[in-house]
Design a protein. Sequence first.
Length: 349
Amino acid sequence: MSELAATRDNYTSPMNRSWLAFLQSKSGEIGECQRTVFPNFQQEIPDQYVIPCTQESVIRFEGEDVESFLQSQFTCDINDLKDNQFLFGAYCNPKGRVLATFRLFTMNGAIYMVCHHSIVTSLLERLKMFVLRADVAFRTCPDLAVMCLNKFTEPGRFSLLSWCQTGPAWPKECYGDSESTQPAQLIVVPVSDAIQLIEESEEDITLLDSDYWNLLQIRHGVASITESASGLFTPQNLNLDLISGVSFSKGCYPGQEIVARLRYLGRVKQRLLRGRFQEECEVRVGESVTLLDTTDSKAGVIVNASVLEGVTTECLLSVYGFLEAETIYCYSAQPSKQITTLPLPYPLQ
């Protein structure tokens, strides 16, 4: 068996022990779903921060046929991959339902994916079914850390690291003028470099809970599919077509015919909205919401939620018959909990 083929079944991605020990040394607690919680409560996001995105995993794809293989599987156009940039995309089933959302980048001849850890095994098991004779291999990379950060380091600092991928955290469409958006960099580095970067800048930065990463994605209108939401939505239901997550000019991929039909044969009737609960609330992804005063009729589904102590819960919800005007929904699991919609940084076309 070749070295490449031998890596195909290496899907498990436990948290790197050195990374875990370092975060714990900074008073971080690792909880459910690999969330990291720090004791330094922050009601507002500070100007200089680092968020260890411990709920994210990194996958490496390599081989002579890697580009053509991934091009035939994903909604995004692999030819659009550029240095120092993340390419946003999705993986669908034949019915056009999104199984995973992700960011891709290229480094040293390989293609890497950043996605939620809960979907890694199912994603790679499904991809394995289509490899056939293609020279493609994939494996998880627990030796790499994912962080979101904002203007805490001087230019050129990243060039001193042994291996580093950094780029804007959000697709270009997600930068607006509202309070929902903040410039940020997503960085993928070896764990040893992540530790060094934080230690050398510790006096200037605030370490934030990993759920602030969820909060920032919500405010930018970027859906992150987890195991609980996998297979529930089309790309259009998640606004992926509005933020460069779908290419309509590339060749076929699973579900492509259905995704294209939704674009060309009619108006999209279900879109992603941003919402804020009027009070703190424990929220489960995949639960339904209803319109206020019509609690007997399902109006949509919770896609993502940020649950931070002392911070009002925000969420992304995919709703039917959506309105861009402010609308109030009720959380079906607790009907007394109301959600007010907020503007997204991009228009719902």
